[in-house]
Design a protein around this ligand. Sequence first.
Ligand code: PMP
Length: 281
Amino acid sequence: MIYLNGDFLRIEEARISVLDRGFIFGDGVYEVIPVYSRKPFRLAEHLRRLQHSLDGIRLQNPHSDSEWTYLLEQIVALNEGEDQYIYLHITRGVARRDHAFPQGVAPTVFIMSNPLLTPPPGLLHTGVVAISAADNRWLRCDIKAISLLPNVLLRQMAIDEGALETVLFRDGFMTEGAASNIFVVRNGILLAPPKNHLMLPGITYDVVLELAQASGIPHEVRAITEHEVRTAEELLLTSSTKEIMPITRLDNQPVGEGKPGKMFALFYQLYQSYKQTTMRG
Ligand code: PMP
């Protein structure tokens, strides 16, 4: 079952207008929220990022946090699986086609939830293959916008080469992955690029930095050069659905020793225990 503009429906029954600005212009924002043991993970943080995205496109939030919480609880209850991931999508609504904002139009609100499949253990043992590319996206990558054409093309480049993700560089510095954030390990220190308009402020990214802080693991948040990425001891990829994964090959070269490293093993464990505590709490 899905939610669309006030109704809970089977997905086959859900309809939107061809004039929806999401369809016509990609004029909208979204969130992806993992659900563990039927509890949304870091919900307050996801709703805060949603507000940031809505502010970024100057669209009023159609719901209060308590209304969102209620709707998400309903969607989780109506879908199968203890672990799910919620996809929540808001567009500027249906209006005659014109680039300028329409007046007095209600936004379109769509929510669905699907079973969450965390990465297969085999992939965590071998690590994943990545390629790199120039970051050719716009300059507001901090907005989780539904217009994802550059990300689609960049990620497909990876798939076409038998890789899982594309690591992006802009002006000599690493920004993020096409659908993930990237951490770098050098001299035993975990490096994270600073949050700014060139990357999505990942919820998993924040969790990793909090865990590093809480466990006293040496870490730095600073700009990371392309050279530092290419000569890293380890590269880690994070996202809500992939959690934390080791990148062991980049552009056909081994990363460090070409196998998942100590920092990955450590953070994988820390992340799993953190998940357990939030499920109990
Ligand atoms: N960057 C981009 C471009 C993404 O699409 C995503 C999410 N798939 C992330 C980073 C990771 O964000 P989160 O940890 O909140 O899933």
